[in-house]
Design a binder for this molecule. Sequence first.
Ligand code: C5P
Length: 222
Amino acid sequence: GFRGQVTLDGPSGTGKSSVARAVALELGAAYLDTGAMYRAATVAVLDAGVDLDDADGITRAVGEAAIGIGTDAAAEQVTVDAVDVTDRIRGTEVTRAVSPVSAVPAVRRLLVDAQRSLVDGAPAVVVEGRDIGTVVLPDATLKVYLTAAPEARAQRRAAQLGVTDPAKIAAIAADLRRRDEHDSTRADSPLRPATDAVTVDSTHWERHQTIAAIVELARERA
Ligand code: C5P
């Protein structure tokens, strides 16, 4: 079987999580969703009532929280202080606040350390996020940068949420743009492809084609 590390980075709404999970299952690898960790950290910040421009308060709230996440591709469960937040982290309140929280350098240091510990020792792992190939696992076996045209990303996110109203789809597109802008212009670990990443543009592909292409790339490298 496959042995090594696959990193999957890219903007929001490419279907990155479902692709990464499927790739991990096909490769028989562990799976880590680092976005879920930033989202869980955001739950801790919101519950602490900290202002989103108070970097010290944000760091304290995240540092005091116990974020629980597994590396089983077949069963994602996320907890904060032993409370299940698996559904809550996908809600609009958390989605709105996650970019400012994840832009705080001290928060990134805490979570990057945790991410490295979680995958350390795993013979095969797929890790998805924004800075995995550039910062978290710079020596990964295969680095993929997954993109798709902005309209395609808004449509996919809308389909995922069961939204069909054009005004609501436009709002989703605006939300994705705002988050991409924030994530790619922040000073610490901005979203960008690693110099040795393979860019996969899934605009005109079905999900299964994207999964097959990445699995093949991984097997070629292993
Ligand atoms: O991937 P997902 O949309 O769940 O990520 C949520 C947010 O977490 C991103 O918009 C980004 O602000 C942050 N993030 C990050 N670094 C990662 C993964 C996610 O900054 N490695």
